[in-house]
Design a protein around this ligand. Sequence first.
Ligand SMILES: [Ca+2]
Ligand SMILES: [Ca+2]
Length: 137
Amino acid sequence: RQGWREYESKCYFFSTDTKSWPEANAHCMEQNSHLMSIQDIHERLWVRTQIGKEIFWIGLNDLIVEGIWEWSDGKFWMSGQPDNWNNTEDCGQVVGYNFGHWNDENCARQNALDKTICRFIYFKSITKEINQTENES
Ligand SMILES: [Ca+2]
Ligand SMILES: [Ca+2]
């Protein structure tokens, strides 16, 4: 898959374009992937090495129940976040200029900063396909 990066048997797509969170979510699903979740410290630190100073939407959100976030152990939020600023922020981002810490942001925001990380978990047969595609191109 072109533009995807591999780490520990998973593939990640880092968008160069910008989208709102719902658009980013739909875009990942169209690619048979999901907005990435950050499952452990390896993944969290790896992502940090990949994003530079940029900001990316990830799977974090409290859209269903305000204040109930996936991975809400509070360890990796930016200082003062999540703050649900103006009562409008229900979607999560990983913020490169803040050590890869997380921020809640307005899901509809789509400015020049808001990129997307999709994650695709693949199996051996698909790996072959990827290699073949790479050899062909
Ligand atoms: Ca919120
Ligand atoms: Ca916030």
